[in-house]
Design a protein around this ligand. Structure first.
Ligand code: 5GP
Ligand code: MG
Length: 449
């Protein structure tokens, strides 16, 4: 998971890019970077840390020019080196180039081996670097042709923004797995960003989503971006964007994320109708469980209460190498509202259970704070399979739903009852007008090598 942004045709390009990245900080907190193009040169600043720390006024003054691309990196298991920050910059036969990428290329190892066999050297562990090599080794005269041929070899989930000295190329894979939207900036030029929540801060108007399989070319010579349909679309956007990743105020492929989460909560409440369990209040696990809990409360008529308070100052970059540290992190982040929940039966909602650490800790915390019963509801189906399309889920073995049945998990987290959303209710909640990428829930790895 990452965030990407491209700003084209605005003299404050790098400043607008940094604002867009700031509003997409939730998609990645490990590292951030921006490349701008000015007078035939590309300038890049990237570093570990948050957008507000890395992009000082001095940094942004250095990033001159009327086009810029930017990236927020999501923390993964290894790969926390500064070398793995984006944009990835290179000089090659046609000049200078810089690339940002959101997604995951599933044939990256094969391509890399092939390139290394032919003598290529790599500086990073990122699949994005493959694309640079493929573009550089190509002999076509136009960058767009080189990009197309590099993409022909690239299999996986991707959104790329590629910047040369005078152009930007925006590409979304044929499945449209990761989100990418196009907007018009009121003070001039265009923005392309992973999420529409970035548009508000730069005062841009949403135009449309980048189509699956589409390449947009921004060129100073043209008033409007040129659209080239590179691949036949096979639209399968990622359902987990709606469950967890995206900010609730974003609209992804025409669907308001907040509404879809509210629907997920309503579906959970509908399934509980007629059950013998009774609750005094609906309590969200903040922040990710809030919209679903509001939906549940509205559907069930049981009051919504902030029974758990979140500390917003827990460093997102807090290192969590061991399970012990993860436990501490949950305690640092979430606290029970004792006076509210003591002696009460709670219906607690979170968006997902991944390893089971958070849910177990929350149930324990609420019981210790005096809750009589804790009924846990999860606004997504059981996550049984790792995602290879751009979400950094843990290995199969770490996924609690891979190892345990629902009944076993209920016991393990010591909840009085546990229910998940069904896959059908999930797709109904988002909208049944299209198929979704659901591999974390059903193991359907539809992107084939
Ligand atoms: P668990 O403790 O079960 O491993 O994680 C569940 C919690 O992590 C939920 O509160 C959910 O909001 C959050 N979560 C779900 N997916 C992800 C993810 O990919 N990254 C991070 N950092 N948190 C996640
Ligand atoms: Mg959460």
């Amino acid at each position: 998971m990452c965030a990407i942004v491209g700003i084209f045709g605005n003299e404050k390009a790098s400043r607008l890019a940094s604002l867009a990245l700031f509003s997409m900080q939730h998609r990645g907190q490990e590292a951030t970077g921006i490349s701008s193009s000015c007078d035939g040169k590309i300038h890049t600043i990237k570093n570990r840390g948050l957008v507000s720390d890395v992009f000082t006024n001095e940094a942004l003054d250095y990033l001159k020019g009327n086009m810029a691309i930017g990236h927020n990196r999501y923390s993964t298991a290894g790969g926390d080196s500064i070398l793995d920050a984006q944009p990835v910059f290179a000089k090659y036969k046609l000049g200078e180039i810089s690339i940002v990428h959101n997604g995951n290329l599933i044939n990256k190892d094969e391509i890399r081996e092939e390139l290394i066999d032919k003598g290529a050297i790599f500086q990073t562990g990122m699949d994005t670097e493959n694309l640079i090599h493929l573009i550089a080794k190509n002999s076509k005269n136009r960058l767009r042709d080189r990009i197309k041929e590099a993409l022909d070899k690239t299999i996986g989930a991707y959104c790329f923004i590629i910047q040369s000295r005078s152009k930007q190329f925006v590409i979304r894979d044929r499945y449209g797995i990761r989100p990418l939207s196009l907007g018009k900036i009121k003070s001039g030029g265009y923005i392309v960003a992973s999420e529409t929540c970035a548009f508000d801060l730069v005062d841009a108007e949403y135009i449309r989503d980048v189509k699956p399989g589409e390449m947009l070319v921004f060129d100073e010579k043209n008033e409007e971006p040129e659209s080239i349909q590179l691949y036949e679309p096979e639209f399968r956007p990622c359902a987990f964007e709606y469950v967890y990743f995206a900010r609730p105020d974003s609209v992804i492929d025409g669907k308001n994320v907040y509404r879809t989460r509210e629907n997920m909560g309503r579906a959970l409440a509908k399934n509980d109708k007629g059950s013998t369990i009774s609750y005094d209040m609906v309590v969200p696990v903040p922040d990710s469980g809030v919209p679903a809990a509001l939906g549940y409360a509205a559907e069930s008529g049981i009051p919504f209460e902030y029974g758990i308070i979140r500390n917003h100052y827990v460093g997102r970059t807090f290192i969590e190498p061991t399970q012990e540290m993860r436990n501490l992190k949950v305690r640092m982040k979430l606290s029970p509202m004792k006076s509210l929940i003591a002696g009460k039966s709670l219906l607690v909602i979170d968006d997902s259970i991944v390893r089971g650490t958070t849910s177990k800790r929350i149930v324990k915390m609420l019981k210790e704070a005096g809750a009589k019963e804790v009924h846990f509801r999860v606004a997504s189906p059981e996550i049984k399979f790792p995602c290879f399309y751009g979400i950094d889920t843990p290995t199969k073995e770490e996924l609690i739903s891979h190892r345990m049945t629902k009944e076993e998990i209920e016991k393990y987290i010591e909840a009085d009852s546990l229910e998940y959303l069904s896959i059908e209710d999930l797709t109904d909640s988002i909208g049944n007008d299209r198929d979704y990428a659901l591999e974390s829930f059903n193991g359907d790895y539809f992107v084939k090598k």
